[in-house]
Design a protein around this ligand. Structure first.
Ligand code: AGP
Length: 599
């Protein structure tokens, strides 16, 4: 997830671009860059790291008068955060910035004999445009031919000496807004950078593209020219960064349905999984897997362990990093050591990784922040591409971590031939429905908001589930603890009768995860035992359960992982709505930090 800005006008091009990127830094800050075209003079500046590095680089750059400019702040998905990989990307006489993932960039790259300087997918856009321009001789036609060739998600801004004073733009799968104020034209990934500049905005829809110049925006939907639907711009920057949601956590819960698509992009194919980050040589000789992480990432790891054993029949253990570090573990060279971390900076996880590397194990990190300490140390990394997660309570990082692990389990199953090809296809089809399973429906959210008022007190919560729904129960309990400060425990449902059921009474709330397609009868009888002892039950299930005091009905998906994902969203919303009722700071709960970089 990156941020892009664009400007056409005569008022401080550089200031608008840099201030606009500052407003978008929450979308990514691995590197940043701007390009400005005045008459036929093209200027470009790029810097790795935080935006202030770019500000320093441009301190002696003072473009005066009319021009067009584009800017970009990067959250790496393809290619390390380096200056060469920073946007804007350059052709011979054109520059482009892009947010999204071009899924077919490798195929396009093969067809181009241009000199590529970066590892990114984006660079193909500007070289393809210039090739098309050579053939079609008309910039607008060349731009349309370029975007027609792209597969994947994109929000693009392109400037070129072949069309001074103009910005070409296109939107498909990634957000893009065009704003205007008299002769001045603005572009941005969200409305925050436009506040105080544009008077009215048009939110582009997928398939919309066009060309803008001073005082004019020509907009097309596919091949038909249409009139932009301008509306007044929201004026609250903080609200704009939260996209109109109350908290970053709420925004990030709603984002999951979109970001999961980026996680799968280029990896989930119709009938198989591929990882450009892995190869058979790397996997060669691996007979077991050890996963190591903390907190929510540990719960994702536990979920992945179930999937890897179920699908790839490979022995997996999953350990809490702070325990693993001091237990004098037995490590064998045929073990793949996987660390999972949203931040890539968690001290215990980083130290565990160092132990594995010192023991000579192959290491793989599943991480959301490229160039982080863990990414730099691991032999290989698979990025979750969740975009920046600002809420301390992790949501989209968790669901994208589990997706990477589900794809990894399928990848190993393909290599070890533990699944018939039709079973692999069935898993791929199920995965493709994950965005729908993660989608938040307002009716569901309102139901959870209403029933949350009954769970503000009491002497504790049990979250229970079986099989892969046990780590999900752990995660649901952690979400609640973190932001509501109420006590909660996740438990394997089959364990209740080995002691915990002694706690059962009306003041003990049990949140029961009851999927239709995984041990339903077993979990049902566990919940009946609790209900018979008068415990207050909140059942989350696609199957009506008459013994529940509260019942949250979920969809009837055919695959248990789609049930898993929908229930993950229910648990996230439940924790958030309870915390809101208790008046807590959902985004910055007490005693916690987003990244635990100390022991
Ligand atoms: C999750 O909601 C918590 N904020 C916390 O448990 C977190 O998952 C843990 O600290 C690990 O962080 P990491 O994923 O950045 O390594």
């Amino acid at each position: 997830m990156c941020g892009i800005v664009g400007y056409i006008g005569s008022n401080n091009i550089k200031d608008f671009l840099l201030e606009g990127l500052k407003e978008l830094e929450y979308r990514g800050y691995d590197s940043a860059g701007i390009a400005v075209l005045q008459d036929s003079e093209l200027s470009i500046f790029k810097a790795v790291g935080k935006l202030e590095n770019l500000v320093r680089k441009t301190k002696d750059f003072h473009p005066q008068g009319f021009g067009v400019g584009i800017g970009h702040t990067r959250w790496a998905t393809h290619g390390k955060p380096t200056e060469l990989n920073a946007h804007p990307h350059m052709g011979e006489f054109s520059y482009v910035v892009h947010n999204g993932i071009i899924e077919n960039y490798k195929e396009i790259k093969k067809e181009l004999d241009a000199k590529f300087v970066s590892q990114t997918d984006t660079e193909v856009i500007v070289h393809l445009f210039e090739k098309n321009l050579e053939e079609l001789q008309e910039p607008q036609k060349a731009f349309k031919a370029t975007i027609d060739a792209l597969k994947g998600a994109y929000a693009i801004l392109l400037i070129t000496k072949a069309a001074p004073g103009k910005i070409f733009f296109a939107k498909h799968g990634s957000p893009l807004i065009v704003g205007r104020n008299g002769e001045e034209i603005y572009f941005a990934s969200s409305d925050a950078p436009l506040i105080g500049h544009a008077k009215e905005v048009h939110y582009l829809e997928d398939g919309q593209w066009g060309v803008a110049k001073a005082g004019s925006v020509r907009l097309f939907q596919d091949d038909e020219e249409i009139t932009p639907e301008y509306k007044p711009l929201t004026l609250n920057k903080e609200l704009a960064q939260k996209g109109g949601y109350r908290f970053f956590m709420e925004k990030e819960i709603y984002e999951q349905s979109d970001v999961i698509t980026e996680t799968m992009m280029g990896r989930l194919q119709e009938d198989h999984i591929e990882f450009e980050e892995l190869d058979e040589d790397f996997i060669q000789g691996i007979n077991q897997i050890k996963i190591c992480a903390c907190g929510t990432s540990y719960h994702a790891g536990l979920s992945g362990a179930y999937l890897l054993e179920k699908l790839a029949r490979i022995p997996v253990t999953c350990e809490i990093a702070s325990e693993f570090r001091y237990k004098d573990p037995v490590l064998t060279s045929d073990t793949l050591f996987i660390v999972i971390s949203q931040s890539g900076e968690t001290a215990d996880t980083l130290e565990a990784l160092k132990m594995a590397k010192n023991a000579g194990l192959k290491t793989l990190s599943i991480c959301n922040v490229d160039n982080s300490s863990i990414v730099r140390l691991a032999d290989r990394t698979i990025l979750t591409r969740a975009g920046i997660e600002k809420g301390v309570a992790s949501t989209k990082a968790f669901t994208t971590q589990v997706m990477v692990l589900w794809m990894l389990a399928l990848y190993f199953a393909q290599l070890r031939q533990t699944l018939a090809s039709e079973a692999v296809v069935a898993e791929c089809k199920a995965m493709a429905h994950t965005p729908a399973a993660l989608k938040v429906h307002s009716s569901m959210h309102e139901r959870i908001r209403r029933l949350s008022k009954r769970y503000l007190h009491g002497h504790g919560f049990f979250f229970i589930g079986r099989d892969i729904f046990f780590p999900l129960a752990l995660e649901g309990a952690l979400k609640l603890k973190e932001i509501s400060y109420l006590h909660a425990e996740g438990y394997p449902a089959g364990e209740m009768k080995h002691g915990p059921i002694a706690l059962a009474d009306p003041e003990l709330f049990t949140i029961a995860l009851m999927p239709r397609h995984l041990l339903y009868d077993k979990i049902k009888s566990n919940v009946e035992e609790l209900s018979a002892r008068d415990s207050t039950i909140c059942a989350i299930s696609p199957v009506e359960f008459e013994l529940a005091d509260d019942f949250i009905k979920t969809a009837s998906y055919e695959h248990f992982m789609l049930e898993y994902y929908e229930m993950a969203v229910v648990l996230q919303l439940l924790a958030m709505e309870i915390a809101i009722r208790l008046g807590n700071d959902v985004d910055m709960p007490r005693n916690l930090a987003k990244s635990v970089t100390v022991e």
